[in-house]
Design a protein around this ligand. Structure first.
Ligand code: PMP
Length: 429
């Protein structure tokens, strides 16, 4: 465990103060870095792929705000768009042209989305998509996968016990048993468990990260998403893709474009707001017109479609042309291959798809949450601390993905792979 809280760094000083006014010293848990056994790093500024902390240390950043920053930090076109928007007023509570243009840009990219509603966070978008699914189907139950994260909605903070298809039990104090009881949790990549859940429960929807990245990146087994699609269609349940991470990242139209499997509803966020708070859910016009005021399903938000977030989102999407995805794919491959090589014959496996990488401390890449949990998280933590000491900032948990961006140059990748090799050697000794 780091003793930096006892040291005289500026991060340590801020952390001491933060602990008095913010629970755990942070505004979102993973930032505290407890999972890798150290204290948090307070950020001063960032540019491109590099982050500078309040003590002047510079890191190659692979968190990139946990996904929104596909162009890296402070991209000049995005900064300019936000400044321009701010000068015209920060929020009106009335519609703007920018919202229409962003919605058009999203529907042009996302194959199954014809109409959408904007929100301020992915959590809200998940919550509202579920409400819509329940209204549309007349059922209450929801299927989700162990290890998937869709925001901190009560009913989604449910965990499975043992067994194949398990009634959700609250995974946080404060979540009523009744809220979790409508959530059915099954293991990822387990066709039998899904079939059984459909046979046993009347499901409003299956909510799925099509390329789950919140237990580390664990891609779908061949045919698994297709099975979900078939079962949802067969049982009149809705298939909801949570593309908060994958949307506009793994392909212009997200995992639905990459796989060709089309959901009924899509939850989006992160890249969509270009680093400002914005998210959305969308689908066919027939479904989305159930949302108020077109329809009877209530949903609202003071800052939804906020002009600054919309400006950042539009600028972000405008920069994402075909070439951008080729570049991101090459960068991701170079990073994943380099990390694999750096690991050598250690029991480490690397999963990746365009824009996402996870280094699992297990000889075989896990295929479900139980596999992810079985990884050597302590060794991951030791390795991460050694990376930070060498100027590389990884996600501070085994159960997260790395987010390479378009700002990561081949020099950044080389620097990262060298640091990774040295960190593997240190972690082993
Ligand atoms: N869905 C997924 C797949 C996510 O990764 C996250 C956040 N990391 C959310 C939903 C929730 O989004 P937010 O933090 O904006 O509420």
């Amino acid at each position: 465990m780091s003793t930096s809280s006892l040291s005289d760094t500026r991060s340590a000083e801020l952390y001491r103060r933060a602990l008095h006014v913010l629970p755990g010293g942070v505004n979102s848990p993973v930032r505290a870095m407890r999972a890798i056994g150290r204290d948090p790093i307070f950020v001063e500024r960032a540019s491109g792929a590099e982050l500078t902390d309040v003590d002047g240390n510079v890191y190659v950043d692979y968190v990139c705000s946990w996904g929104p920053l596909i162009h890296g930090h402070a991209h000049p076109a995005i900064v300019e768009a936000v400044i321009g928007a701010a000068a015209l007023g920060t929020s009106y509570g009335a519609p703007t042209a920018g919202e229409v243009e962003l919605a058009e840009a999203i529907t042009a990219r996302m194959p199954s989305v014809d109409m959408l509603r904007m929100t301020s966070s992915g959590t809200e978008a998940s919550m509202s998509a579920i409400r819509l699914a329940r209204a549309a189907t007349g059922h209450d139950k929801l299927l989700k996968f162990a290890g998937a994260y869709h925001g901190h909605v009560d009913g989604l903070l449910a965990q499975a016990g043992s067994g194949l298809a398990t009634q959700g039990i609250p995974s946080s104090p404060g979540v009523p048993a009744s809220a979790a009881a409508d959530t059915v949790v099954v293991p990822w990549n387990d066709p039998e468990a899904v079939r059984r859940a459909f046979a046993e429960h009347e499901l409003a929807a299956v909510l799925v990260e099509p390329y789950p990245a919140n237990m580390g990146l664990i891609p779908p087994a061949p045919g698994f998403l297709e099975l979900l699609r078939d079962l949802c269609t067969g049982y009149d349940s809705l298939l909801i893709f949570d593309e908060v991470i994958t949307g506009f990242r793994v392909a212009p139209g997200g995992a639905q474009e990459l796989t060709g499997v089309l959901p009924d509803l899509t939850v989006m966020g992160k890249i969509l707001g270009g680093g400002l708070p914005a998210a959305a859910f969308g689908g066919s016009a027939a479904l989305m017109e159930r949302i108020a005021p077109a329809g009877d399903v209530y949903q609202a938000g003071t800052l939804s479609g906020n002009p600054l977030a919309v400006a950042a989102g539009r600028a972000t999407l405008a920069l994402l042309d075909e070439q951008a995805y080729m570049t991101l794919s090459d960068t991701t491959r170079a990073l994943a291959d380099g990390l694999r090589e750096a690991a050598g014959d250690r029991p480490v496996s690397v999963t990746s798809t365009t824009g996402l990488v996870t280094v699992f401390f297990a000889a075989e890449a896990p295929t479900d949450y139980a596999g992810a949990v079985a990884c050597d998280s302590e060794a991951y933590g030791t390795w991460c601390r050694a990376l930070l000491a060498r100027g590389v900032y990884p996600p501070a948990s085994q159960f997260e993905a790395w987010f390479p961006s378009l700002a990561h140059s081949s020099e950044h990748i080389t620097r990262t792979v060298e640091a990774a090799a040295a960190a593997f050697a240190e972690a082993a000794s």
